[in-house]
Design a protein around this ligand. Structure first.
Ligand code: SF4
Length: 437
């Protein structure tokens, strides 16, 4: 049977869809890129915000239309929405035939077999052990240069607003051996960059191996592979990690460190486990150890009881840190979380939007400054492809995860490392000239 898979949400979902594809291929299913050829349509979903779920429901309506033309098609919902809504999905969405949560993908071939013979099925049991470390992901949407490698699954930090611990279960770490094997396979296939991913990479722990030790092992084993990682947690990021980052040139100089709010009152209500002062101290420490580091963050406005003063504190913290880039959101309540049960979503929508707009406007200024400071500097860039606008230009990212565009040069191919001098920039991109080596 032919299957088509569509992925929404974070890097973990991308990595999971690659695992799902590998599992199905092993059982004889054939991946197709064209939805019209599919006999099974799978959608891997995200529950982090209301609008993420709304988008998926919109897609299910489209699949339903396809099913009206070809009634034998089966439609499956995977991932966080599957776990969160379980059989509600079968009741609410008539087109859906199977609902499979993030820890049940190994059962997918058998579930599809059952569903094909007429029954509908929900399988959403969370596991304390499953890491899929025995499955080599199939990279179906790849540029052939850069890949995600999952190192942990789940999360048990229980930030009060967050649905992840309820839909992805407790944290589990993969063995270093399985991580090394996966990266070796990527290297043999000419990949040049890996991003080690987990909900909180800093709490990676396999037997007595911590994240900084794992990173050191990977950096030493693959000196010609660029290594990124995401996401860090301010309460867990260690000094030893900073030392390892500073020591190995193949570890990228970029830290994504979600702050969420600059107000201690809000951080406590969010159960983030650090204060504004501790966060700023950590930023100081990161910059002291890695002077050319880029720092990005996540910011949430309009969480329960956030007042104008709390909001101002977020703006002032952003200025103090001077983030290179940021992902910014307004709070949307997720049922089942601590906040939904015990706190009031009491910031009016209009006010949330105003605060979000202020945060975005400030970040635009900070990102502008960050790019302005790069003008005149030379960076090593990993060439990933053509620029979006023209095949006369190439694009890649530097160690700091900033996109740089430059004119095509003879003898430069995708996957090369080249030196580029930055000459100007747009709102999204640095623009430079390659320096002939
Ligand atoms: S660390 Fe907090 S925000 Fe991140 S996934 Fe875990 S609970 Fe959610």
């Amino acid at each position: 049977m032919k299957f088509y898979i569509e992925t929404y949400g974070c890097q973990m979902n991308v990595a999971d869809s690659e695992v799902v594809t590998a599992i199905l291929q092993k059982h004889g299913y054939i991946l197709v890129n064209n939805i019209d050829e599919a006999e099974i349509i799978l959608v891997n979903t995200c529950s982090i915000r209301e609008n993420a779920e709304t988008r998926v429901r919109g897609r299910i309506k489209v699949f339903q239309q396809i099913k009206k033309q070809k009634q034998q098609i089966k439609i499956g919902v995977l991932g966080c929405m599957a776990e969160r809504l379980k059989d509600q999905l079968l009741e609410q969405e008539v087109a859906v035939d199977l609902v499979v949560g993030p820890d049940s993908y190994k059962k997918l071939p058998y579930i599809i077999d059952n569903v094909v013979s007429g029954s509908k099925k929900v399988e959403t049991e969370l596991s304390k052990e499953e890491t899929y470390e025995d499955i080599l992901p199939y990279r179906y949407e790849t540029n052939g240069i850069s890949a995600f490698v999952s190192i942990t699954r789940g999360c048990q930090n229980y930030c009060s607003y967050c649905i992840v611990p309820y839909v992805r279960g407790v944290e589990r770490s993969r063995s270093p051996e399985s991580i090394i094997n996966e990266i070796r396979e990527l290297k043999n296939n000419q990949y040049k960059e890996v991003t080690l991913i987990g909900q909180n990479v800093d709490s990676y722990l396999y037997k007595d191996i911590s994240f900084s030790q794992l990173l050191k092992i990977v950096a030493q084993e693959f000196p010609n592979i660029r290594i990124r990682f995401s996401t860090n947690h301010p309460k867990d990021m260690s000094n030893s990690l900073l030392e390892v980052m500073a020591t190995y040139p193949n570890i990228c100089k970029h830290v994504h460190l979600p702050v969420q709010s600059g107000s201690n009152k809000m951080l406590q209500l969010m159960n983030r486990g650090y204060t504004r002062e501790q966060y700023l101290k950590l930023i100081e420490n990161i910059r002291k150890n890695i002077p050319d580091v880029a720092i990005s963050t996540d910011i949430m406005v309009g969480f329960c009881d956030e007042n104008e003063d709390d909001h101002r504190q977020t703006l002032s913290l952003m200025k103090e840190v001077g983030y290179d880039f940021a992902f910014m959101f307004k709070y949307s309540e997720r049922s089942g979380t601590y906040a939904a049960k015990y706190l009031k979503d009491n910031v009016p929508e209009k006010e949330k939007i105003r605060r979000l707009n202020e945060v975005i406007a400030l970040q635009n200024e900070l990102s502008y400054k960050s790019k302005q400071q790069d003008v005149g500097k030379t960076f090593e860039v990993l060439v990933e492809g053509y620029s979006k606008k023209s095949k006369k230009q190439l694009m890649g990212r530097n160690s700091q995860n900033k996109v740089i565009v430059f004119d095509v040069m003879d003898n430069v191919i995708f996957g090369d490392f080249v030196k580029v001098n930055v000459e100007s920039f747009t709102s999204a991109t640095l623009i430079g000239k390659m320096i002939k080596s």
